[in-house]
Design a protein around this ligand. Sequence first.
Ligand code: SAM
Length: 208
Amino acid sequence: MNSKQYFDEVAGRWDQLRAGFFSEAVRDRALRLAGLQRGKIAADLGAGTGFITEGLVREGLRVIAVDQSEAMLAEMRKKFAGVEGIDYRVGEAESLPLADESVDYVFANMYLHHVEDPPSAIREMARILRSGGKAVITDLDEHRFEFLRTEHHDRWLGFKREDVRIWLENSGLKDVLVDGVGEHCCASSSDGCDSARISIFVAAGVRK
Ligand SMILES: C[S@@+](CC[C@H](N)C(=O)[O-])C[C@H]1O[C@@H](n2cnc3c(N)ncnc32)[C@H](O)[C@@H]1O
């Protein structure tokens, strides 16, 4: 099973799973850091069933939700039926289905550790941002929990914050910051032998 098949399979249960992994405080921190302005347009990358989008819509933004998994986006459409201002697009991290300089914000929550090539995914984030636009990534600090690779299809066991900082700077973003969110991602292995509690970072930068 690959990552897309995994997320297609868990789509109907994702909201419940997500609530066990990490809390709304992660979203609050990401949105607060962005300094959102109503009426602007944001991309939610690896949108899943719309955890970040929900907060963005509440703040009066229009959203382009991108995900590799049609099933996750189908769940999201059901959840946001009747809500205007959301554009759903199936797409891949390394070749996003968005034009250059087309959005004011990019959000990516728990997405980077699933993509094949994180530096390339971050370059794509910078490409679609307008000048002055902001990218905000929330993801896992480096950890040792191999069962997340085998059971949850994580491609990377989190990241060193310094690497993320360099990838953002090398993508042409300025005012880069990487900081702890003060929240953790928690999960247990299916055999009950291992239990993960991984700190979450937020990384942000502004397109020059
Ligand atoms: C851990 S889920 C997070 C979903 C959502 N952001 C949230 O916080 O609930 C990761 C999402 O990223 C998507 N994803 C993983 N790799 C991707 C890729 N290479 N391109 C596009 N989407 C991807 C998955 O399909 C999945 O919906």
